[in-house]
Write a protein that binds this ligand. Structure first.
Ligand code: ADE
Length: 228
């Protein structure tokens, strides 16, 4: 599943240059039985299967041992992707990007044995209030959002400063050539060459778009009295 999204574009480039490394493990490789069993029926009954703790613990311990062998001994966040986790946001991506290493665990089936959350995991993250069939897509979302914050990943750091969710506002509208497309003209101010007016307009638009589409964001947004 990971080969597609991470085998193209900026991520591929970053991986080739060694800026970002993705080290994917198959939980089944850490089982000890003939059938490589990773799940079992829930105690107490009920539908679905629960992922066993042992292969997950051993996979994470093996990763940590490999890192320790490379003299990497810092505390590494161990994150379980789960619809029960804290809801992922840009601020969390920024915080996670300060770590040189992250370990992400993708849950499957109906759930993961609670002892994984209690004794192995340092943080549980959900990418939104909906349920996926497994944590893989969620892990890809987190890896993508965090990786692009690694210095050197994006062409210009400037694109990070003005993008949506930085400063708590949505991004202002962008236009490119032609100046008129199907009778719809680009706002005059953007063609004026007056940078002060352009910046003022962009700021107003960012506040306006946030108010119209995501008023919930304005509570914590970086806006002054006049903008409020
Ligand atoms: N696994 C299943 N659903 C999920 C979600 N919304 N976020 C993270 N992991 C998940």
């Amino acid at each position: 599943m990971f080969a597609g999204p991470f085998g193209v574009g900026l991520f591929k480039k970053a991986a080739e240059s060694g800026l970002v490394t993705l080290n994917i493990r198959n939980i089944r490789d850490y089982t000890h039985d003939k059938h490589h069993t990773v799940d079992d029926a829930p105690y107490g009954g009920g539908a679905g299967m629960v992922m066993k703790p042992q292969p997950i613990f051993e996979a994470v311990e093996a990763l940590k041992a490999e890192l320790a062998a490379q003299n990497i001994n810092e505390a590494i966040p161990v994150i379980l992707l789960s619809p029960r986790g804290r809801k992922f946001c840009q601020q969390m991506a920024v915080e996670l990007s300060n770590n040189a290493h992250l370990i992400l665990i993708c849950g499957e089936y109906e759930g993961v044995d609670e002892r994984v959350s209690e004794h192995l995991v340092t943080d549980e993250i959900s990418i939104g209030d909906y349920v996926l069939t497994g944590g893989e897509l969620a892990a890809m979302v987190v890896v993508n959002a965090v990786s692009r914050l690694v210095p050197g990943f994006l062409g210009s750091a400037e694109s990070l400063i003005s993008e949506s969710h930085t400063g708590g506002l949505l991004e202002y509208p962008q236009y490119t050539r032609p100046p008129v497309f199907r009778e719809w003209a680009v706002p005059d101010v953007l063609l004026s060459g007056n940078h002060e007016q352009v910046n003022k307009w962009r700021r107003q638009q960012a506040v306006l778009h946030t108010l119209q589409r995501r008023p919930d964001l304005l509570v914590n947004a970086d806006v002054d009295i006049k903008e409020k």
